[in-house]
Design a protein around this ligand. Structure first.
Ligand code: 4NP
Length: 152
């Protein structure tokens, strides 16, 4: 079993989409996907309505998800921890208790553009179009992850 954690700030917009998309593409008996936030403002909440809508447009249901706060124990529990943007990456590196923990943290879009430090932009204050753009970026990243690691 490989365990993958998707991390953003609120755990209501980007990382719930990343979780839903990757889980949809892989064999759940081999890969377990979860998500968490580095801020605790939305703990216990459903994903943002716009993330639910965009996932639904792509036949993925993310309404069983609830936002949770990232925990230091997650560095032990997960094999790979994907940060949605450079701020999330930096924060995770600050929190990482060991070199092994640091090695687990990756910026998710490096799976598509390995030599660029690209962000999945925070769509929270933006429109549904920004959420569709986020979906597209995460869909490509999750395709690369599944292909590269033969997770299908
Ligand atoms: P997310 O988006 O990190 O993709 O879940 C955000 C959601 C909420 C806030 C910031 C980002 N917020 O500040 O409440």
């Amino acid at each position: 079993m490989t365990r993958i954690l998707m991390v953003c700030l609120g755990n209501i917009c980007r990382s719930p989409l990343a979780e839903g998309i990757l889980q949809f593409k892989v064999d759940p008996s081999k890969i377990q996907v979860d998500s968490a936030g580095l801020g605790n403002y939305h703990v216990g909440e459903l994903p943002d309505k716009r993330s639910i809508q965009v996932a639904g447009e792509n036949l993925i249901d993310i309404t069983d998800q609830r936002a949770r706060y990232f925990e230091i124990a997650d560095f032990e529990k997960y094999d790979v921890i994907y940060a949605m943007d450079r701020d999330n990456f930096k924060k995770l590196m600050e929190l990482a208790p060991s070199e092994i923990a640091k090695m687990k943290v990756k910026l998710i879009l490096t799976e598509v553009f390995p030599d660029e430090n690209l962000d999945v932009p925070d769509p929270y204050h933006d429109s549904i179009y920004a959420f569709r753009n986020v979906y597209k970026m995460l869909d490509e990243a999750c395709d690369s992850i599944t292909k590269k690691l033969n997770y299908e």
